[in-house]
Write a protein that binds this ligand. Structure first.
Ligand SMILES: [Cu+2]
Length: 354
């Protein structure tokens, strides 16, 4: 109780300061973009970023609730989704997220992973440190500047809440000429080419652990075990964004069959480009890679394999060349070979046989 009172006093003080601070960074009340709570919640802020234009205020409402999926699996969802709505903004936009906690018996916060929170440390989402947790039936408004470009994500701060489904991507774009490696790719479509990877558990962890050590039982990419699709056109290059949003000790290895990746950014910061067959991401890590559609046609599995706590688990997406019918790829399953001429030619060349 004493702690709660202390927390309320501290937060009351901080809230006062936060209001003053956010108003001081407000680019102008005439430029307010309210958005809906559908999948396209951020449609007003996802746009090509330009020089010398006013930053926008990008407002979202997150309604957090428990649910049971079609597969009978319980989860916590944001606006009926897990992962939650993707947030796409331009650098220096103000991100405002009103979080409504509708999960009985659970207090929570949302952490903006990798965001520097310059001038807004009280928006970092750490319960009992930067804020009182948001109680059941309460609402809290986060507001911060997306001050650095790159690939970020958000998640509930508690391991159990994050594991139950409370996470989503947060992409901060900048004008194309400022992207240090933009010459390496033709397309940067973060709305289609962001793969956020999570682990699922057979039961809800929130308020249910009782000292039990539960292990994840599956991995998902954008909430799907096997059906995420990346469409490509032969000869073009694509920037993909990979995010390990798992809250437990699960390093992930990601590869794309018969394709190299060029790593161009790590944890939102550009790195010296490096070619790789596969990349490893630890929990919380993000990696931006460039993939060239080097084949003429076909479908190729994007493989995500878990380690440590996720040993033996895998999730798969599909890299699909335009016009390719992916049903054959699904029938063969991950690890199978696609019988396209292009693949046969590659094999022939690799083996030196006819
Ligand atoms: Cu985090």
């Amino acid at each position: 109780m004493k702690l709660l009172v202390l927390c309320l006093i501290v937060i009351a003080n901080v809230s006062y300061n936060s209001k003053a601070s956010i108003e001081s960074i407000d680019p102008g009340n005439t430029n307010i973009f309210l958005t809906d709570t559908t999948k396209n919640a951020d449609k007003s802020c996802y746009r090509p970023c330009k020089f010398n234009v006013k930053p926008r205020r990008c407002q979202y409402h997150f309604k957090i609730e428990p649910t049971v999926g079609d597969d009978g699996r319980p989860a916590l969802v944001i606006n009926d989704m897990t992962p939650g709505p993707p947030i796409h903004v331009c650098v220096n936009d103000i991100v405002i997220v009103k979080v409504h906690n509708k999960v009985p018996g659970q207090d929570m916060t949302i952490h903006w992973h990798g965001v520097e929170q310059k001038g807004t440390p009280y928006m970092d989402g750490v319960p009992m440190v930067t804020q009182c947790p948001i109680g059941f039936g309460s609402t809290y408004e986060y507001a911060f500047i997306a001050s650095s470009p790159g690939t970020f994500f958000y998640h509930a701060d508690a391991v159990a809440h994050q594991s139950d489904g409370l996470y989503g991507s947060l992409i901060v774009d900048q004008p194309q000429p400022l992207e240090p490696h933009s010459s390496l790719y033709d397309y940067d479509r973060s709305n289609e080419h962001t793969l956020i990877i999570a682990a699922r558990f057979s039961e809800l962890l929130s308020g249910n652990l009782d000292g039990k050590q539960l292990k994840p039982d599956s991995l998902v990419i954008n909430g799907e075990e096997k059906s995420v699709k990346i469409f490509v056109i032969p000869g073009y290059t694509y920037r993909l964004r990979l995010i390990n949003a798992i809250a437990v000790e699960c390093p992930l290895v990601v590869d794309i069959e018969h394709h190299q990746m060029i790593v161009i950014a790590s944890d939102s910061k550009p790195v010296k480009p490096m070619s790789a067959d596969k990349v490893m991401l630890y929990p919380g890590e993000r990696m931006d890679v460039v993939v060239e559609a080097v084949h003429k046609s076909g479908g190729y599995w994007v493989n995500v394999r878990g380690n440590n706590e996720c040993e033996g688990l895998a999730a798969h997406g599909m890299l699909l060349y335009s016009g390719f019918n992916y049903t054959s790829l699904l029938e063969q399953g991950p690890g199978g070979k696609v019988n396209s001429f292009d693949n046969l030619f590659q094999e022939w060349r690799a083996n030196g046989t006819t």
